[in-house]
Design a protein around this ligand. Structure first.
Ligand SMILES: [Mn+2]
Length: 430
């Protein structure tokens, strides 16, 4: 990196302080894993090559329908956001790319590219926004966008998505994620079939504008902002969309967009089996689309999702390369700390899934030994893989304990002095 937001010697001094403990913990875990024939070096290498994209909108403080309480030093624009994203990458070495949201992050593509390059960052999937009205917009999305009853409104929404592709192409992005808020709030308000037909027609127009080496991700969500029905409400509908559009269209699974108790890991397995898993928005939830930090509520579920991903990797599924992105809203924490922590939790689930004894599991499945099959997963999950995660960071120039290093760097206080305080008050989930 050429433009370091945290001085290199801050990380070096931090790592020096933790080096002896880390070496001892890593050696002890390596010895333990070797007893079951697992090479800790191979696991560490895989973990250090596992990346997850940070959402540009995630570095600002979020809010709820009721209020937003801004934090100090909030990013003023996309260039500040990129600075914050680079801090997460510098400390974790797990988040080299940023996922942009248009029009929130709209800026000159040349300047964006230059800024990102200076920070050592790249761009992941582009996200369109037809769930709110931009200030100078001709047709409102109050009653829908890509599925709107009015052709001119649909055309405007299609045009916006094509613009996102064009901006993304200039930045080196290779995917467009489409999530719409379209639906209805009353029984009878819309005709389900006609609404979905209009949506598919609009998506066909967007798909036509997709460059050959791009992927289109359809993101489903059960409810909100529409509370009676939603056009792209579940993975079944998302799969129909991906099937209808063609081979460049895939389904995106946001972990928070399901009914409580849904077996998300099974949805993941199904989409892998039929070649339509495009990627993830990682987060966690307790009740609905809570956008809580990844692994903060149900870390075992996150592990089970990764168990399916590693299983697919293990089986050598053709063309398997899901996009990994975080999609969270941080209301009570420093967003940089939450994103650091989530990137670590996601890598933790991956590392634990790599430790599953696949041959043993297959044997227990074949022998209908349910208890031992379950225990095989639990044994991997119970392993404290923190020394592996820390080692992967340390070896690639990151921090052994990234949140502690971040706090000791004084970054937040520094940017708070440069960035004017934002007034709170109104609601807004961003
Ligand atoms: Mn999402």
């Amino acid at each position: 990196m050429t433009d370091l937001k945290i001085a290199g010697d801050v990380i070096a001094a931090h790592n020096d302080r933790h080096a002896a403990d880390q070496a001892a913990d890593y050696a002890a875990l390596g010895e333990k894993l070797a007893r079951s024939g697992t090479d800790i070096g191979a696991i560490t290498k895989k973990v250090s090559e596992f990346y997850v994209a940070v959402p540009s909108w995630g570095v600002g403080t979020g809010g709820t329908r009721f209020a937003r309480f801004p934090g100090p030093g909030e990013p003023r624009h996309i260039f500040d956001k990129l600075d914050d994203c680079s801090v997460i990458q510098q400390l974790t070495r797990a988040t080299p790319t940023v996922s942009l949201h248009i029009p929130w992050d709209k800026a000159d593509p040349g300047e964006l590219k230059a800024k990102a390059a200076a920070l050592g960052l790249g761009f992941d999937a582009m996200n369109s926004n037809t769930f709110s009205d931009a200030p100078d917009q001709l047709h409102s999305y109050k009653f829908g966008s890509l599925s709107h009853g009015d052709a001119a409104t649909r055309a405007q929404a299609v045009e916006h998505n094509i613009e996102c592709i064009e901006i993304g192409a200039a930045l080196g992005s290779k995917a467009l994620t489409v999530w719409i808020g379209d639906g209805s709030n009353f029984p009878g308000q819309t005709n389900f079939t006609r609404q979905f037909e209009r949506y598919l027609d609009a998506m066909r127009d967007i798909y036509k504008a997709l460059p050959d080496d791009w992927r289109l991700f359809s993101e489903h969500k059960m409810y909100e902002p529409a509370f009676y029905s939603t056009v792209v409400q579940d993975w079944g509908t998302s799969y129909m969309i991906a099937q209808t559009l063609g081979e460049k269209a895939f389904c995106l699974v946001d972990l928070g967009h399901h009914a409580p108790n849904t077996n998300i890991e099974m949805i993941v397995a199904r989409l892998i089996q039929f070649g339509k898993l495009g990627g993830f928005h990682f987060n966690d939830s307790k009740y609905g689309d809570d956008d809580l930090d990844a692994g903060s509520v149900e870390p075992y579920r996150l592990f089970l999702v990764f168990n399916e991903l590693v299983d697919a990797e293990h089986r050598g599924v053709k063309g398997f390369h899901p996009a990994h992105m975080i999609d969270q809203s941080h209301n009570v924490t420093d967003p940089i700390e939450s994103l650091i922590s989530s990137a670590n939790e996601i890598r933790r689930a991956y590392a634990q899934a790599l430790l599953v004894d696949r041959a043993g599991l297959e044997g227990f499945q074949a022998g209908n030994d349910a208890l031992m099959a379950s225990d095989t997963l639990k044994r991997a999950y119970r392993t404290d893989v923190e020394p592996i995660l820390a080692e992967a960071r340390r070896r690639t120039g990151g921090a052994i304990d990234p949140v502690a290093a971040y706090r000791s760097s004084g970054y937040r206080a520094r940017v708070a002095a440069q960035r004017p305080a934002v007034k709170g008050g109104s609601g807004g989930i961003v």
